[in-house]
Design a binder for this molecule. Structure first.
Ligand SMILES: NC(=O)c1ccc[n+]([C@@H]2O[C@H](COP(=O)([O-])OP(=O)(O)OC[C@H]3O[C@@H](n4cnc5c(N)ncnc54)[C@H](O)[C@@H]3O)[C@@H](O)[C@H]2O)c1
Length: 464
């Protein structure tokens, strides 16, 4: 009996000892430096600049994307293109031709080298510097523009490192100039409808969202100026083009408008096809190609939501931005086909109850009924018609430009601020950090430095 008791005690002691020796679970989340906000500087949530009757625009970078911007902006009411810049003089000449064909005066032209943009930013007759260069020139041009009293609009991704992101935030906060990323996918018609429905509670509480940039770039790799895109992919891991996927779903979740991205982890496949492209171009073996053929980033938010973002540009597959909304009471997705699914209780409030079983996928007619019931407040019939006529990815590019100019002309906050830019761009550098550290969790900084919960939900500003 005594021996038995002894045995039990020994066993208990062994268990306690083992428990004491087992390493406690540690929070292994990696952190990056969050620079303190300089004294006297305030956040730029809801930033406005004085209303301007005509927005005078200087465009920098007139390659494939900038060419479309030159044409589109001539159709936006209240714009004047006063200056044009590209390293290559023939691109400036081409853009002058567009202005002439539209019966508009010639703009001041700058070209010759990668610093020519400085003279454009120093002009007195430019309110907005619209930047469509390759990725590594985005931030230096935007910083110079803001330092010279100009608002900056930057193509995607606006920044490629945490240093660049914080520089843009600090400069926008200090100069009180707008710094907006030109994320056109936030303006596609289906996304605009789903955003309005999500905000009206059609999908219940939104719990999980997905976005992607899956686009086989085979036909384009050789088209980029100076091979900038392949070079960047060769030298960077992580999701190097995350904003088309993340922007629209971040608006649904109200990121830095009542919720915030807290932690991310990223994982990539080994590279494929990239090394072969480099070898074909250089005629030499490719020693190192960093970007994976497919990169996935998972993010958890402060309010317990999750986001999944995919980047995939090297393999043959259908174009796909995913755009998926998973709510407690409903679901919407855009790719590969537009689909919505609601609970019966939700549907009972909608038209056409007879046709719908529980969780039945909605027909095109039923989706159209919902779209009409929950219109996006910024889409007027006239604007929709103009956007479809001018075009640019089916009209979304025009809607983005229109809203930017409308808000500037009316002295309103822009739809997207520098914190959106920061949150959507940080997946590149923070994802790379995760991947390079065994897919470790990485903390996503609160780029507003304390104000992410001040405003509740995404909204558009309108003139009274
Ligand atoms: N939002 C979208 O749907 C979309 C689509 C395509 C491209 N983009 C983005 O647009 C940007 C440009 O892409 P692209 O396909 O037009 O590339 P591109 O290579 O065709 O054009 C880049 C242009 O920038 C010019 N340039 C580079 N550095 C410059 C500098 N310092 N000063 C003046 N000009 C400079 C080059 O001469 C070239 O004409 C990229 O950021 C890309 O990610 C966005």
């Amino acid at each position: 009996m005594i021996i038995m008791k002894h045995k039990h005690l020994l066993l208990l002691a062994a268990v306690l000892l083992a428990a004491a020796c087992t390493p406690r679970t540690k929070d292994l989340t990696l952190q990056t430096k969050v620079p303190a906000r300089p004294a006297g500087q305030e956040n730029v949530l809801g930033l406005t600049v004085p209303a301007m009757d005509t927005v005078r625009i200087g465009i920098v970078g007139i390659g494939a994307r900038g060419s479309g911007a030159v044409s589109r902006l001539t159709y936006v009411p209240g714009t004047k293109i006063t200056a044009l810049c590209d390293v290559r003089p023939e691109r400036v000449e081409w853009a002058q031709g567009v202005l002439a064909s539209r019966g508009l005066p010639a703009a001041a032209g700058y070209s010759g080298d990668t610093e020519a943009f400085k003279a454009l930013c120093e002009r007195d007759d430019v309110d907005l510097v619209y930047i469509c260069t390759d990725w590594i020139h985005h931030t230096p041009i935007a910083l110079y523009a803001m330092e010279h009293g100009k608002n900056a609009a930057i193509e995607v991704p606006a920044a490629t490192s945490m240093e660049e992101i914080w520089d843009l935030i600090n400069t926008s906060e200090r100069t009180r100039k707008h710094c907006m990323m030109l994320e056109n996918c936030c303006y596609d018609f289906y996304e605009l409808s789903c955003l309005a429905m999500a905000q009206a509670g059609v999908f219940g509480e939104v719990l999980h969202v997905e976005g992607a940039y899956c686009h086989n770039l085979d036909p384009y790799w050789n088209e980029y100026w100076n091979n900038w895109r392949l070079d960047f992919n060769q030298t960077h891991r992580g999701d190097v083009y995350p904003t088309h996927g993340l922007g629209p779903v971040a608006q649904v979740l109200g990121i830095h408008r009542g919720d915030r991205m807290k932690t991310l982890v990223a994982m990539d496949t080994k590279p494929a096809n990239g090394p072969g492209r480099v070898e074909a171009k250089t005629g030499k073996p490719c020693e190192e190609f960093l970007n994976g053929a497919e990169t996935t980033t998972l993010i958890r938010t402060e309010n317990g939501k999750t986001i999944s973002i995919t980047h995939c540009t090297m393999t043959p597959r259908p174009y796909d931005r995913k755009y998926q909304i998973v709510g407690s009471e409903g679901y919407a997705a855009k790719y590969p086909v537009q689909q919505m699914c609601l609970r019966r209780s939700q549907l009972e409030q909608e038209a056409n109850e007879q046709l719908l079983d529980q969780e039945k996928i909605l027909s095109a007619e039923e989706m159209e009924t919902l779209r009409q019931k929950y219109p996006n407040p910024m889409l007027t019939p006239e604007l929709v018609e103009l956007a479809r006529t001018v075009g640019g990815h089916g009209g979304m590019d025009f809607l983005m430009d229109y809203r930017l100019i409308y808000c500037l002309r009316n002295g309103l906050p822009l739809d997207m601020d520098v914190y959106d830019l920061a949150e959507w761009c940080c997946l590149g550098p923070l994802g790379a950090l995760s991947i390079e550290n065994g897919n470790a969790p990485v903390e996503v900084p609160d780029f507003t430095r304390g104000a992410w919960n001040e405003k509740q939900g995404f909204s558009y500003a309108f003139a009274k």
